[in-house]
Every structure is written in structure tokens, then in C-alpha cells.
Design a protein around this ligand. Sequence first.
Ligand code: SF4
Length: 319
Amino acid sequence: MITELREVMMNTPEINESEPLLLIHDLHVWYELRRFGFGHAGYVKAVDGVNFDMDEGETIAVVGESGCGKSSLMKTILGLNIPTSGEVIFDGENLSKLNNKGLRRYRFKVGYVQQDPYGALPPFMNVQKILEEPTLSGGQQQRVVIARAMLREPKLIVADEPVSMLDASVRVEVLKLMHALQESHGLSVIYITHDLSTVKYFSRRIFVMYAGNLIEKAETRRLLDNPLHPYTHALLAATSDPDAHNADTFKEVPPGEPPSLVNPPTGCRFHPRCPHFMAGLCDVEFPPDFEPEPGHFVACWLYDPSRRAERSSVEAQLQ
Ligand code: SF4
């Protein structure tokens, strides 16, 4: 394990600071496991080789099931986790090179909207003092949390499941408010969610995360209209509509369990759950990102240009 960690750290190349607002390069966030509090017992590989960049004013959704590593990715972007290896470069500054003062300055530029609006507001403070409102519903509380995140005039907001604890009837309203703020202030937003149905309200691109990796990346419309990765298909099949009239329909989650992040499956991490698994390949070799259409990246062997026959057969099954 230690050798594995050392290899990952040594293979992290130097990169130039560049133009995007946020650049994530080969990011690994591993947590050490300790047996009975002391002996080394392995690593939880919560984020394991993530790459992307985002422009100023752009909105991105990171979608995946619980335990896929999206919260660890979010905490790293917020400057709360220290990367094991890789780069997080924001506004031209490399986070791992900032001292405490620099990190404090950085946190002013990044706002945070958390999942639980009830816990986000100080219980000892009369809400009237915050926004002169005597009592607030969940939707109103989340609006206060969003307003508070905006107070420091951040360049980037990280919104962690901002509507998952709200009634279906107010989810769309809160998402539309975030969208309006994003547009009027030219904000960049990273929207973390398990629910693909809500991302269409403001994300320009969607990244699908599975077992510590981004397995599909594309513009929102393109990904929703033409999902490529078998896991994205399963997620879409499990999606309910945030519209109040359609929200209570029961939808099946993708079959099987998300894998252990301590000993993830070899090869493609989705292979134990994948209906299109190709023995001898998918369980052996980790799929790189293929780009079957411009700007649409997918880490799945079906999109290897040399495997057109297998892909045509899967496409026929899906129709
Ligand atoms: Fe399925 Fe293989 Fe593609 Fe993984 S690489 S999603 S196992 S077909």
C-alpha cells in the first residue's frame, strides 16, 4: 500500500498555472486506516485520479451515489482536505502551496451552501436578527444560507446537495434562485448531488462520479440526451422528477452495492455491477477516458474505437 501511495505521488507531474478559474489535476485524496488506532491498515481512496477544469462563471454538477467520493472532492476544493497528491489550482494559486493566511484568504473566495439548512443556521441566534423573519420554513432557511454564502462575494460556490432535504415543492424554486444569482453575479458553481433530475436547472456540464473517479463528463443536454456509460444509464433510470407532481414515483437504484473504496475492484470499478462487462478486459484494465463525440468523455471500454462490434450490440439492447 505504501509503495502504491509513493508511486501515485511520484507520478504527479508538474503543471503550469493556467487560465481556468479552477483546475483539478490528477487529484488523489486517500485517508489512512489505522488498526486499533495505530497500525497501518490501508487507505480509503475517496478521490483517486480526478481531472477537470472550470471557467469563471461556469456551473458544473458532480453526480453520484453516496460514498462515491463527491463529498471528499468538495471538501478538498473548499480547502478542508489536504490532497494526498495532485493539484488544485484556483485563480492561479496552488492550494497545497498556501500558508494558513493564504488558505483563509482562499476560503473567502469560495462560498459553501450545505445540505442541511437547519444545521447551517446558528441555533442560539434569533433568526429575526439574521433576516428579520420570525420563523422560516426549510426552503426559506436554505435561501438564508445561500444569502450568507453570497455575503463575501465569492468567485465560486460549492453547493452540497442544497435541495435534498427540502420538500419537492420548493426544490425547483431554490434551484432557480441559485441559477438567477449565478447569472447576475457571474458566479461559478459546483453543484454536488446524487440526483440527476435536478441538474438541468443550472449546470452547464455534468460529471458523473463513481468509486473515486469521474467516469463520464459532458455538457448537460448532451449527457442527459445521450448518456454513454452504463452507470449513467442506471442513474438516469433511478432518477425521479423534482417537479412536485412527479416526485413520489418509486424508482429503482442501480442494482448492486457501490464498491469498497479501500479495496476497489480491479479494472473498471463498475464491472461487478455492469450488465455489459467484458471478462478479461473490464476486470483487468482500468479504462481511460475515451471521447466518442466532441467534449463528451467516458471511461468505458465499450467506447474504445477498436470495440465497435461490442458497442453496437449494447446499443441494440438499449433501444
Ligand atoms: Fe461495463 Fe466494461 Fe464499460 Fe466498465 S468498462 S462500464 S465493466 S463495459
